[in-house]
Every structure is written in structure tokens, then in C-alpha cells.
Ligand binder design. Sequence first.
Ligand SMILES: C[S@@+](CC[C@H](N)C(=O)[O-])C[C@H]1O[C@@H](n2cnc3c(N)ncnc32)[C@H](O)[C@@H]1O
Length: 449
Amino acid sequence: MGLLLRPPVLVTARAASRHPPSRSPKVEAKAVTAPSSRPLDRQKPSIDLESASSSSSTVTTALQCQHFQSCSGCSQEWELDRPHMAAVARKFFQDLGVSDFSFESGMLFAVTTYNSSLPAAERYTNGKVQVSLVWNSVCEQSESFDKLNSLAKFLWRNGGPRSNSHLFHSIWVNFQTSSINTIFGSRWKHLLGERDFWEHIGGIDICLDPSSFGQANTQAFNSLLRKLHKYVPYGSSVVDLYSGAGVIGLSVAATRKCRSLRCVEINKESKLSFEKSLGRLSKHIDCDIHWHNTDASIEPLHWLKGSNVVIVDPPKKGLGQSLLDALREISNYKDSNVPKSSIIKEKEEKRPWMLRARASTVHMEGNINWEKAQIWPEFLIYVSCGWESFEKDCLYLLSNNAWHLEKAHAFNFFPGTESLEILAVFKRGPRVSQTKKKSGKKKPQVFKP
Ligand SMILES: C[S@@+](CC[C@H](N)C(=O)[O-])C[C@H]1O[C@@H](n2cnc3c(N)ncnc32)[C@H](O)[C@@H]1O
């Protein structure tokens, strides 16, 4: 969903929030946009990369655009659902011993509003757009605020609940005066419509404020989450670094009966969304849940201690060096060992960053005190949106046999682009050569502390 407007308004598309467009007039929108009329259940399944050829007039694309045959403006008419990068990734993982790498391509569905009164099949077709107007002034007292109000009212008249096509869920404004390429400033105001925007994703309800990170292609993200859940042993203690509003962590906690979950996120704006989502989590979930507002690269061992699974979902630039070092360091620890390193201090907490992180914590009590648990992650689940940084981080983690790669999958969150979303599962220590697998049904993994 994109609306083109003249300055002073800046218009952005939330659907591309991992790959922010250059700074030009934009409208920020969480939207449902189905670029074809194909029903949802006809999403293209995993494809065989071996058979992908560079160009063929008989191949259909996942986008199924009726104009691709005649349009002269598109440089990649064919195989939009078979990006070259998928073959690159496949070769990379094969060379690292992962033979069952999979790649899933689907259609582009941006975010829709979750409305519990709607049957699941209708949620996408009845989805609404959360619009954020990025306004080039300091606050609502600024001179141009009248213009902003007129614009918001115009949009509401034409796409609000009383218009012929009710498209907009809500309209927000973000005040941004900086001229660097950061899209959002720190000040937000809700102007029109409902305040809370809900998604049903990864098996749970998630509230997403426009100021918090949210995946655009929720269908593809759901596929990734379904796969990710299976790699978390039941009863795990999980730390979710770069957690945003906690979508991954909370969905794992709910579906894998986790004992504890800690989410670590640098953006304080995600706290409110996290709290609201936590409020909708089933009361039967017996899990000790924390959300901390801090930088995951500061004293990362502190966050790694006490969990058997660490999930990371960093921005495009990948993991911070201190976190990479900590992940390599813990490969030497036995679970019962408290490291001799001075990094972890058991004395009275005085470190300002830690006191700040504690002060802005969200907490739901369960039956475990993670700070006392002397365990270290056995599994590292890496979700990546930046192939180059992932390659680098992956090779760093594998060096010295600190970790080995168990599984890898790629997802095409943005069909028609070369962008890949990677889900990679690492296990601590060197690869142990596999003995012949017994046939029969696989038992679900359960974590026993
Ligand atoms: C790709 S998003 C993932 C968010 C979340 N996992 C999700 O799926 O919605 C990356 C998140 O990392 C956060 N982030 C960036 N640098 C960070 C850091 N040094 N420490 C903690 N969080 C960070 C961003 O604010 C953003 O919410």
C-alpha cells in the first residue's frame, strides 16, 4: 500500500520495514495487499531449486500477474519466485553439511488487522491499513499541524469507516525533523481510528504499534514461525534477542510450553505492544516471562546464561561483535559451570545499564528463576534478513567448532526481489557424526534441565 503525496508530508510503506525505502515522500502503512486474486490456500509450496532455469516462457510466477506476458516495464518477468540468491544459499548450506535446505516462496501479503469476531478465512480480505504520516516538524504545536489534520481527515473521509471502501484501520503521525535516512523520529501521535492493531500470528494474538517493528508479509512469517517452533524442545528456557514486540518469543513460549522466556530489545516503544500481547496470552501458560529494554550487545553473557535456546533476529547488519564473541565463548562452558570471566557478576547489581533494563522490564511470573539457572544455550536459532551479514556471522560461529549447523531454510518474504529471510539452527559444539537413524515416529524433543 503506498500513497504518493507532496511534501511536507513523508509517506512510507510499512510492508518494507526491513528494507526501508530511500527518503522520499511516503506513507507508512500496515496493510493487507493481495496483488492477485488467487486464494490464500494456493500459495506456492517449496520449490525444487535444481530445476530452476534462468528464463522460460512456460514458467508461471508466484505473483501470477496477468500483465507479465505483455508488460515491457518489468526486468524480471520470469521466476520471480526463484531468486538467484536461493540457489546461492542452497550451495552455501550444502557446503556446510546441510543437505535438506528448503526454500519457500509465496505471495506478498502485507499485514492485516486481527479481529477475533472474523472467521480466519475472512481476516485477510477484510484487513485494514494502519497509516503513519511522517511529518517534518517537531510536534503538534507546529505551524503546519492544520495541514496535517486536513490531510488525515481527507484520508479518513475517503478510506475511513463511513467511506465507500473502508480501507484504513487508523491514522498516526510521526514527527521527524532529522535529515538522516532514519525514517521515524521519536515522537508519535495517534490521530484517527482504533488505537490497537492486532495480528494473529505464530498461534497467538500480537499487538503492533506503528513504532514497533512488524513483519510485512505475515503469511510468509507464519510459515517461518511454524518451522522455527519445531526446533525448540518442549519445556525450554528461551532468550529472544532483538525481540521487537516479542512475536517470536511469545509464540514459542505458548506453543512449546516454555519454562521461561526473556526478550531483549533496544527500542523502548516495543514495550507497550509486548505488554498488550502478554495480556492476551492464555492464562494456562506457566512460563516466567520478561521483556527488557536494552542493547543485546552490552554484556551479552548476562542474557545468554540461564537458557537452553537462544533466538536471534537482528537487523540487516547482523549480530553485534560482542554477542558473536559471547556465543563463541560459551561453547567452552559445561552447563553447570559458572564462567570465571569477570563479565558475570553475582554481587549486588550496580551497573547502570542493567538497572535501567530492570526498571523497564515487563514481567509475568512462572515457576523458574532464570537468573539462578546455571545453563547455557545448546541451540542457537538465527533468523536473518541480511544474507551478507548472515554469511559472515555464520562462518564466525562455525569457526573453532564452537557451533555446527543443523538445519537451514530460506523464505521469500518479498517475492520479486533477491531478498531472503533465513532460518538457521545451530547446535553448540562440533558436529557429531550421525549413526544410522532408526525408523519409526520421531519423539518430540523435551528439554530436561
Ligand atoms: C528484524 S527486527 C526483529 C524484531 C522481532 N524479532 C520481530 O520479528 O518482530 C530487529 C529488532 O532488533 C532491534 N535491535 C536493533 N539493534 C538492537 C540491539 N543492539 N539490541 C537489541 N535490539 C536491537 C530493533 O529495534 C528491531 O526491533
